[in-house]
Ligand binder design. Structure first.
Ligand SMILES: C[S@@+](CC[C@H](N)C(=O)[O-])C[C@H]1O[C@@H](n2cnc3c(N)ncnc32)[C@H](O)[C@@H]1O
Length: 927
C-alpha cells in the first residue's frame, strides 16, 4: 500500500463507530496487513500480548481500554515485558474517545481525540514498511489532499472519458489547478468569506443529484474571470458575483467544467472541507503531479523531493552567499538596502522544474532573508521586492507546469501572511497578474535565452504558454539590470539504453558537431551543455542534481572537455549521496550535485557525506570532472601496464555455444567414459564462478594434442557443434574461428603456474574488489581479467580501498556496480615506486587475506564480502593491507576517500606529465 491508500483506509476507520474488540485488527488491516496475518493474530497464534491486546512481533502493541484509562493503558503497554520481548516499535492505547501512541524507537508520542487520529497516520507509516523522511510525516495534509483529489480526478474521468484524451488533457489539468486555487482561497480568506466556494456556493446552489454541478462551477469560474467593472453587463448569477476577480491567466479562457456524478460531487465537497491553510506548496506539488499520470498513480503520495536535499543545491548556489551578506550588513541600513536590491534582481531558473519545488523553496528562502532585512530596516510590513516571476521554469509535463505556477502563487501568499500579516496579504493578493513565467515544453529544444533572457531584456511570449491563453502583454520586462541568474534543478537522468528515440534526438541536436560520442551520454548531460551555452551570453552559475555516471568512467572525457571548453569550471560539487525521492522502503538513487560557472571569483567547495551522515566541506583550488579536489585531468585508457606492476589481461573468450564448457556432471560422465580426457579438462572461472563459487570446467586442447583429443569419443561431437555454432555466427569475425573449434576463439594468455583473477563487475555493496588466486591450471573467462604468474603483492594493490576508490571513480559503474577495466583502471592506477621491503610487506598482507578467507572454507567470496556478514579476521586482514599500502603512499592512513582520490590524482598528474601528447592524461579543453 502507498501512503495515500493508507491515509484513506485510516480515515475510513476513524469514521466508523468505535468497536473496542475489532479496533486493533482494523487498524492493522489499514496498514496493509493481509487477511492471513490477521487471522493468525485473531487465533492467538502470533499474538504475543500480555495485556489482552494485540501484539504483532517487531511491529506494534495495541490495547483498547475503559473510558478515561488511556494514559494508564499506554503506561502498561510501555512497561509490558511482552512489548520488549516482541521488539514492538509502537504502542497504542485508545478508549474510542482519545488515542495515545508512542514510537518506541524515537520516543515521539501522539495524543489526540479518537476521531482525529487519521490526521496522525504519518506517525505510523513505518508500520507499513514506509520509513519516511521527517517532512513527509509532517505532510499529512498534503498526502490527504492528494488522495482525495486523486479520487475525484479518477471519478471525473469515468464520467467524462473525453477529458482524459490527449486533446482535452490540458483542460482537465487546468480545471484541477483552478479547483485547488479555489479550495486554498476559500480557507485563507482570499475569497473574503470562509467556505465561499464549497459550502456557500457549490453545496447550496448545485442540485444534490449533481445534474448542474458543472454549470455552477463554470459560472463561478466565469465570475473570477470578470473584472468588477464588467460585472453588471455580464449577466452573472448573484452567487457567482460574490467571487472576486482573480484571473491572472488562471481563470481566463474557456470556463468549461467536466460533468459531475453524485459521487464526484460528494468527493468535491469533501475535499473542500479539508483545511487548505495547511498546504505545503513544494510538497503538495510534487505529490499531486502523480494524479495526472496513470503510470505514477500507484506511488501516489510517495514522490517527494526532500527540502534538505533541495537546499543542498540552493544553499551553496547562492543562498549561503545572501545570508553571509546579510550577516555582514548587520544593522547597516545602506548595506541592507543594497542586499535587498540585489535580491530583487536575482533570477532562479529551473529548466526541468516539475511542480516547481526548487523554485518554491528558493522563493521562500529569499523571502525569509528579505523579511530580516526589512525588520532590521524598520520596514517590517513593506511589500516584497522579490517578484515571483523571477523564478522561472521549463517543464515538459502539462499538469506539473500548471502546478508549478500555482505553487508559486500559493507560496507568495503564504509568505505575505507570515511576514506582513493576513490582512495585508489578502488586501494585495488579487487580482493575480497575468505574466507567464513557467513554460511548458522540452527544455532541451527550447531557447533558454528567450525564457530567461540575459540581464535587462524582456521575455518573448511562448506558444507553449502555461495556461494556453493570450496574455495581457507580449513580453514581461525584468527590472534586473545587473541581476544574477542561478540555474538549478534535478533534471531527469537516463542512461543511453533507456532513452527514447526522441530523447536521443534531443541529445543529438545539442551535441552533434561537438562530439561523435554523444550516444554514450546520460540524458542529464543535455542540461549541463545547455547551461554552458546559456552562460556564453551572460554570467551564470548552474547547479544540477545529476546521476554520478557523468562524473565517472566513459562519460567524463566526452562531456567535460566540452563544458570546460566553453570556459566553465566546476565551482562546487556534492559527491555521491542517496537522493531520497521515493519515501517508500528507503528507496533512493545515488546522485551527485555538480555546479558549473563561467567566472572564477568564487571559492570552490567539495561537499561529502561522512560515515556518520554529516556533511563535510572542503575548500579546493580546483575541482576536476571526477569531483575530486585535484588538477583537471581526464584519465584515458592506457594499453600498456607501467613497468612497476604486473600485466593484467582480459580473460579468454570461448564463443563456443556452450560446447567447450562443462558443468560438474558433464565432467564426471566424460571422465567415467574416458579417464584419459582429464588432461584436456581445466577449472574454468569467470566473475560468477569466482564470486559465487560455481563449479565449471572447460575443454582446453592445444593444437599439438588435437589428435589425442579427437580419439576420445565424446569430444569430436562437441567440437563439431562448436564449429557449426561459429560458422553460423552473424558476427563476421567469429566465422573464421570455426576452422579451429578445439580452441577458444580469443586466447589472451594462460598461466604457467597460477593466476590472479579480477571479475569485470562487482557489487557496489562490497567494500573491497574481489581479487583472488585461482587453482593451478585454471582458465579465466572473458568475464574477468587475469594476471598470470604475477607476484602476490599485485593482489594487495587490487584488494585495497585505494584501488576500489580509483576504479569507482575512473572506470564508472555498470548500473550501480563497479565495472573493472584493465586499461582504464589498472594501467592508470598511480603506484609509488615500491621497494623490495614494500613488496615483501604487501605480499604478506595478500597472504593474510587469502588465509583469512581460507579459515571460512567453503564460504564463497559473495558470502565473505557481504558487508553485513564479513568475518572479523578477514576485515582485519584487509585493514592491515590498507594500513601497509597507505603508509607507503603518505606515511599514515588516509582520512577519507576524498583524501585518497586527491593523492591518487596528484600522483596521476605526475605519472602522466612526461607522457607524449595524447597519451594518458588529457588536459582540459580536448575531447
Ligand atoms: C526528476 S524530476 C524533477 C522535478 C522536481 N524538481 C522534483 O523534484 O519533483 C524531472 C522533471 O523533468 C521533467 N522533464 C523530463 N524531460 C524534460 C525535458 N526534455 N524538458 C523539460 N522537462 C523535462 C519531468 O517531467 C520531471 O518533472
Amino acid at each position: 500500500m502507498n501512503a495515500v491508500e493508507i491515509e484513506q483506509a485510516i480515515s475510513d476507520l476513524a469514521e466508523q463507530p468505535f468497536d473496542a474488540a475489532e479496533f486493533p485488527y482494523a487498524f492493522l488491516e489499514a496498514f496493509g496487513n493481509k487477511d492471513a496475518t490477521l487471522k493468525r493474530l485473531r487465533q492467538g497464534v502470533s499474538n504475543k500480548s500480555d495485556l489482552d491486546g494485540v501484539l504483532q512481533t517487531n511491529n506494534i502493541h495495541i490495547a483498547t481500554c475503559p473510558a478515561g484509562a488511556v494514559t494508564q493503558m499506554l503506561d502498561a503497554l510501555r512497561a509490558s515485558p511482552a512489548t520488549a520481548k516482541a521488539k514492538a516499535k509502537f504502542i497504542l492505547a485508545t478508549d474510542g474517545t482519545t488515542l495515545e501512541a508512542e514510537d518506541l524507537t524515537t520516543g515521539e508520542t501522539v495524543a489526540c481525540a479518537y476521531a482525529d487520529f487519521h490526521d496522525h497516520f504519518g506517525f505510523f507509516l513505518p508500520l507499513a514498511g514506509i520509513t519516511t523522511v521527517k517532512q513527509i510525516r509532517e505532510s499529512a495534509f498534503d498526502i490527504k489532499a492528494t488522495g482525495r483529489l486523486n479520487r475525484l480526478y479518477v471519478e471525473l474521468l469515468k464520467d467524462n472519458p473525453d477529458w482524459g484524451t490527449e486533446a482535452r488533457r490540458h483542460d482537465m489539468n487546468h480545471f484541477v489547478a483552478r479547483l485547488i486555487f479555489c479550495f486554498f482561497a476559500e480557507d485563507t480568506g482570499i475569497f473574503h468569506s470562509e467556505g465561499l466556494f464549497t459550502t456557500t456556493t457549490v453545496s447550496q446552489f448545485s442540485d444534490k443529484d449533481s445534474g448542474n454541478t458543472n454549470w455552477v462551477i463554470s459560472e463561478i469560474f466565469r465570475g473570477m474571470n470578470t473584472k468588477l467593472g464588467d460585472r453588471a453587463a455580464s449577466d452573472l448569477r448573484n452567487w457567482a458575483n460574490a467571487f472576486p476577480y482573480v484571473n491572472g491567466g488562471l481563470f481566463s479562457g474557456d470556463a468549461d467544467v467536466p460533468r459531475f456524478s453524485k459521487i464526484a460531487r460528494s468527493y468535491l465537497l469533501h475535499i473542500g472541507s479539508l483545511d487548505w491553510t495547511k498546504i505545503n506548496p513544494d510538497i503538495f506539488g510534487s505529490m499531486i503531479q502523480a494524479v495526472a499520470d496513470e503510470g505514477e498513480r500507484s506511488a501516489l503520495g510517495m514522490h517527494y523531493t526532500s527540502v534538505p536535499n533541495i537546499l543542498k543545491v540552493l544553499n551553496p548556489l547562492f543562498l549561503d552567499d545572501l545570508r553571509a551578506q546579510m550577516d555582514e550588513a548587520a544593522d547597516n541600513p545602506r548595506k541592507l538596502l543594497n542586499l535587498r536590491n540585489r535580491m530583487a534582481k536575482i533570477r532562479v531558473f529551473d529548466p526541468a522544474c516539475g511542480s516547481g519545488n526548487f523554485l518554491v523553496i528558493a522563493y521562500k528562502e529569499m523571502r525569509a532573508i528579505e523579511a530580516v532585512i526589512n525588520q532590521r530596516r524598520g520596514e517590517a510590513d513593506r511589500k516584497s521586492d522579490i517578484p515571483k516571476t523571477n523564478f522561472r521554469g521549463i517543464e515538459l509535463r502539462d499538469f506539473a507546469a500548471e502546478i508549478a505556477r500555482l505553487a508559486l502563487i500559493i507560496a507568495e501568499f503564504q509568505c505575505d501572511v507570515t511576514y506582513r500579516g493576513a490582512v495585508q496579504a489578502r488586501a494585495e493578493f488579487l487580482p493575480l497578474n497575468a505574466q507567464n513565467w513557467i513554460t511548458q515544453g522540452n527544455a532541451l529544444r527550447l531557447d533558454w535565452l528567450s525564457i530567461c533572457p540575459p540581464t535587462g531584456s524582456g521575455v518573448r511570449y511562448h506558444a507553449e504558454d502555461l495556461f494556453h491563453t493570450p496574455l495581457d502583454q507580449a513580453q514581461i520586462d525584468f527590472e534586473n539590470e545587473g541581476g544574477e541568474t542561478y540555474i538549478c534543478g534535478n533534471p531527469p537522468y537516463l542512461g543511453s539504453t533507456w532513452q527514447t528515440t526522441e530523447q536521443k534526438e534531443d541529445l543529438q541536436r545539442i551535441f552533434v558537431g561537438r562530439t561523435k560520442s554523444w550516444k554514450s551520454l546520460d540524458y542529464v548531460a543535455g542540461w549541463f551543455m545547455k547551461a554552458a551555452d546559456f552562460g556564453m551570453h551572460t554570467k551564470s552559475v548552474a547547479a544540477f542534481v545529476s546521476t554520478n555516471s557523468i562524473c565517472q568512467g566513459d562519460q567524463v572525457p566526452i562531456l567535460w572537455p566540452l563544458i570546460s571548453g566553453q570556459g566553465f569550471d566546476i565551482v562546487f560539487a556534492h559527491t555521491s549521496f542517496k537522493w531520497a525521492n521515493l519515501a517508500s522502503h528507503n528507496a533512493g538513487v545515488t546522485v551527485a550535485i555538480v555546479a558549473i560557472a563561467n567566472f572564477s571569483d568564487v571559492q570552490k567547495r567539495v561537499f561529502t557525506t561522512s560515515a556518520d551522515g554529516q556533511t563535510v566541506v572542503l575548500v579546493a583550488s580546483n575541482i576536476n570532472a571526477y569531483l575530486v579536489p585535484a588538477p583537471s585531468v581526464i584519465v584515458a585508457k592506457e594499453s600498456k601496464a607501467p613497468t612497476n606492476r604486473a600485466l593484467m589481461v582480459w580473460g579468454n573468450k570461448p564463443t563456443d555455444g556452450g560446447f567447450l564448457v562443462l558443468n560438474p556432471d558433464e565432467r564426471r560422465v566424460l571422465l567415467q567414459e574416458s579417464p584419459e580426457a582429464r588432461q584436456f579438462i581445466r577449472p574454468y572461472y569467470g566473475a560468477a564462478e569466482y564470486i559465487r563459487g560455481l563449479e565449471r570446467y572447460c575443454l582446453w586442447i592445444s593444437d599439438d594434442k588435437l589428435e589425442a583429443a579427437n580419439s576420445i569419443p565424446a569430444i569430436p561431437p562437441r567440437l563439431e557443434k562448436v564449429r557449426q555454432f561459429r560458422a553460423a555466427s552473424i558476427a563476421a569475425e567469429t566465422r573464421p574461428a570455426s576452422a579451429f573449434p578445439h580452441r577458444f576463439r580469443q586466447i589472451q594468455a594462460v598461466a604457467s603456474r597460477y593466476s590472479l583473477i579480477v571479475p569485470q563487475v562487482s557489487s557496489e555493496r562490497r567494500e573491497f574488489l574481489p581479487v583472488g588466486l585461482l587453482p593451478e591450471s585454471s582458465i579465466v573467462s572473458n568475464l574477468a581479467f587475469a594476471l598470470y604468474d604475477a607476484p602476490l603483492w599485485n593482489m594487495a594493490l587490487i584488494a585495497s580501498r585505494l584501488h576500489l576508490v580509483w576504479i569507482g571513480t575512473v572506470c564508472g559503474k555498470l548500473k550501480t556496480d563497479f565495472r573493472y577495466s584493465n586499461t582504464l583502471g589498472w594501467n592508470t592506477f598511480p603506484v609509488p615506486n615500491l621497494t623490495e621491503k614494500n613488496k615483501a610487506d604487501l605480499t604478506a598482507c595478500a597472504e593474510a587475506i587469502l588465509l583469512a578467507r581460507e579459515a571460512h572454507f567453503p564460504a564463497t567470496i559473495a558470502d565473505l564480502y557481504d558487508p553485513e556478514k564479513m568475518p572479523e579476521n578477514l576485515r582485519a586482514a584487509h585493514d592491515r593491507n590498507d594500513e601497509t599500502l597507505e603508509r607507503i603512499y603518505i606515511g599514515r592512513r588516509f582520512k577519507n576517500d576524498t583524501e585518497r582520490l586527491e593523492k591518487l590524482f596528484e600522483l596521476y598528474t605526475l605519472m602522466t606529465a612526461g607522457a607524449p601528447a595524447g597519451k594518458n592524461a588529457r588536459t582540459r579543453g580536448t575531447s
